[in-house]
Design a protein around this ligand. Sequence first.
Ligand SMILES: CCC(=O)SCCNC(=O)CCNC(=O)[C@H](O)C(C)(C)COP(=O)(O)OP(=O)(O)OC[C@H]1O[C@@H](n2cnc3c(N)ncnc32)[C@H](O)[C@@H]1OP(=O)(O)O
Ligand SMILES: O=CC(=O)O
Ligand SMILES: [Mg+2]
Length: 361
Amino acid sequence: MSHKSPKDFFRPLAVGAPAPLREIPARPSRAIHFFDPSNEKMAAKVPGMIGTVDVLLGNLEDAIKADNKVAAREGLVKIAQSTDFGPTQLWTRINALDSPWVLDDLTTLVPAIGDKLDVIMVPKVQGAEDIHYVDRLLAQLEAKAGIQRPILIHAILETARGVANVEEICGASPRMQGLSLGPADLAADRKMKTTRVGGGHPGYLVRQDPPKDADGNSQIDAQRSVFQQDLWHYTIAKMVDACATHGIYPYYGPFGDIADVVACEDQFRNAFLLGCVGTWSLHPKQIAIANRVFSPSVEDIAHARRVVAAMGDGTGAVMIDGKMEDDASLKQCLVLVELAEKLAEIDPELKKQYDAIEVQA
Ligand SMILES: CCC(=O)SCCNC(=O)CCNC(=O)[C@H](O)C(C)(C)COP(=O)(O)OP(=O)(O)OC[C@H]1O[C@@H](n2cnc3c(N)ncnc32)[C@H](O)[C@@H]1OP(=O)(O)O
Ligand SMILES: O=CC(=O)O
Ligand SMILES: [Mg+2]
């Protein structure tokens, strides 16, 4: 929870800093696409990605070699200053708060490109104190640079302590925009015995009960189905609840098996169904997967609109295709319908698909 009194929660933390937002806008952010601004090949691809991805994120932290930290920071400044991002948001991931680079990241980026940066992703957040530190520093830098709207903060949940403190992290500042899961660092910090970046694990499974023979003895050596389980279910569910409580947005994170587009889509879909609004994309081919998964399907929108139409003033119970619908299922349908409306505003192809739906009686 905030250490500030309620009356001070929305007060700027520096004289001249922009007023904090009262509500975090629900801007589409199905894919947060990571690029290394010090990698010329990747950077060259960025302008062509505008309009095809909801968020472009210039990464300065892990995956950027120590020798390239300054080049990545400077590369991001150059790209941001020379590019019109149109409908695409520009985010960055700064270095960890205990690193030798983060202070220069913030004191360079805010004056140079603070007017273009929508969100700053902060890695390895442990508790509200980390958000308070960045919050005050951003306010000071915004005031000094004359930035007109507050830069928002997104925290990566990737330490055991961060997960334990997820509620206070979400409520630490009106700048808090959302949370991403960081399964790679979180696995290491928890001492999980895995070596992967996100996704499931064949050893984490539930096995079907053994069949019994005629005498009722269990045949434990018989062939049995196994069902791989989701290692991240608990953390994502916890994150979703904390974000919903505080009116901010939850995201899945990295899926490192770039070649396995099928399992990637499954992991993204689990997160979407549990309440996440988007995910990370590490490679250009993950953008289309994220855009597809985090946009409600035409079938879901057709059904949702049918329920909305049948429910009239929104109270009571009706039967549709043999299933009961009432005030609560209507609310679920409205989540999908409202998301579709937001996405249709920025995605002409989706708009065409949603507009073509005929509402069945
Ligand atoms: C695990 C915890 C975390 O912190 S995850 C977040 C940090 N990691 C990252 O940001 C990784 C970002 N991605 C990458 O570095 C690369 O995609 C990796 C995974 C190394 C694969 O690169 P590479 O072997 O070049 O792939 P490729 O040959 O299939 O690339 C084809 C062309 O696409 C480009 N490309 C690749 N990744 C990106 C990207 N993220 N954004 C923009 N462009 C990208 C490549 O440069 C390559 O370009 P070209 O066709 O040769 O001109
Ligand atoms: O930063 C992401 C992670 O999985 O670690
Ligand atoms: Mg990490």
